[in-house]
Write a protein that binds this ligand. Structure first.
Ligand code: HEC
Ligand code: HEC
Length: 303
């Protein structure tokens, strides 16, 4: 008789635990963040791009280098990042990795009609190319000079780093915080101070341009679900209608690199947790078994 009662209690506990786990928690989540279906970074709303010729693209690239640097080709930016943020609100990104980051259709649309491609009213880059063919040629050139493999960190820095800082990785919108040495006597570090003031000034220009300072992304991987992050980056307007963050147009592979980087920086204990997890569960299983055997042997003569 006693056993039946215990089993009933157990059943009730299990029942409510499962309801919380599969019912209440996901429900609360779906109320807080509505579910958005992604398109796997295929951008079905954009027209297919014509086939581009990289040789022709190379001849047209001066259209872009009036604002953008291409460091890997020895092309310097016409102004430094801080001056550019004064002029445009944001630093036009270096295009060395562009061919490895952005969807081709997106690039072709961006060059002709930046507001359409990025889905924001305010995008400081003007329409720069007249025909889809010229744009496709430039995109083909960017692809031809892009490195075969870029790291997760480079993907983040090139695609997101002009707007988002990442404190945990010592990243600012002006690049990595330099390693400086404070003066031994005065304990002051004028070089670092100067850098910090420049970052503050850049951030002020950026906040004026965007309406607010884009958030530091150090811990975003823990604050938002992966599904949310993925669909948000694919098309920010679906989750935050009217947001100033542009659709950045990255490919699926590039996004995966960025996500892995956000995870490595923001949740660095995850590999440890995953390694230790099974051991902890194993421990509980064995412990439960021992407790049960002990219980049996203790009560054998009484019940
Ligand atoms: C008048 C200056 C100017 C010219 C010319 C220009 N750009 Fe830009 N470009 C910008 C600025 C400023 C941004 C950043 C805007 C922002 O983030 O709001 C930008 C952003 C970009 C981006 C990043 C887009 C994204 O999704 O994040 C790419 C790629 C790009 N430009 C490619 C090009 C190419 C290719 C050309 C030549 C056809 C070109 N740009 C010409 C100023 C310019
Ligand atoms: C041109 C500047 C710009 C670029 C480039 C940019 N973002 Fe943003 N991002 C913003 C702004 C502005 C916001 C704040 C949006 C708001 O609150 O409306 C934002 C917000 C976010 C958020 C927070 C969303 C939320 O729900 O709180 C995430 C996550 C994010 N960006 C990820 C990225 C990633 C990943 C990239 C690179 C692939 C990127 N962003 C590139 C400007 C930018």
């Amino acid at each position: 008789m006693k056993k039946m009662k215990e089993l009933k209690v157990l059943a009730v506990v299990v029942f409510f635990t499962l309801i919380t786990y599969w019912g209440v928690e996901p429900y609360a989540h779906s109320v807080m963040h509505k579910h958005v279906e992604g398109h796997d970074f295929k951008y079905p709303d954009l027209k297919p791009a014509p086939k581009g010729n990289p040789e022709k693209g190379k001849q047209l690239i001066a259209t872009c280098t009036g604002c953008h640097s291409i460091e890997s080709q020895g092309i310097k930016a016409p102004m430094d990042a801080l001056a550019a943020s004064k002029a445009y609100g944001v630093n036009p990104p270096d295009l060395s990795n562009a061919g490895a980051l952005y969807d081709e259709k997106f690039l072709v649309d961006l060059m002709q009609n930046p507001n359409h491609a990025t889905k924001v009213k305010k995008f400081a880059m003007p329409p720069s190319v007249g025909s889809a063919q010229d744009a496709a040629d430039i995109a083909a050139y960017l692809k031809s000079i892009a490195p075969k493999e870029i790291s997760n960190k480079e993907a983040f820095e090139s695609a997101c780093g002009r707007c988002h800082a990442m404190r945990y990785a010592k990243w600012t919108q002006l690049g990595e915080i330099p390693k400086t040495k404070p003066n031994i006597k005065t304990k002051q570090d004028p070089e670092l101070m100067k850098f910090k003031l420049q970052v503050a000034e850049y951030q002020e220009n950026l906040a004026n341009y965007m309406g607010k300072l884009p958030p530091d992304l150090s811990t975003i991987i823990r604050a938002r679900s992966k599904q949310y992050l993925e669909t948000f980056v694919e098309d920010p307007q679906t989750q935050l209608p009217g947001t100033a963050m542009p659709r950045v147009g990255v490919t699926k592979e590039a996004y995966e690199k960025i996500e892995q980087y956000l995870e490595a920086v923001g949740d660095s204990s995850k590999p440890d947790r995953e390694r230790i997890g099974p051991w902890v569960i194993g421990y509980f299983v064995i412990f439960t078994l021992l407790a049960y055997l002990w219980y049996k042997s203790n009560w054998r003569d009484i019940v």
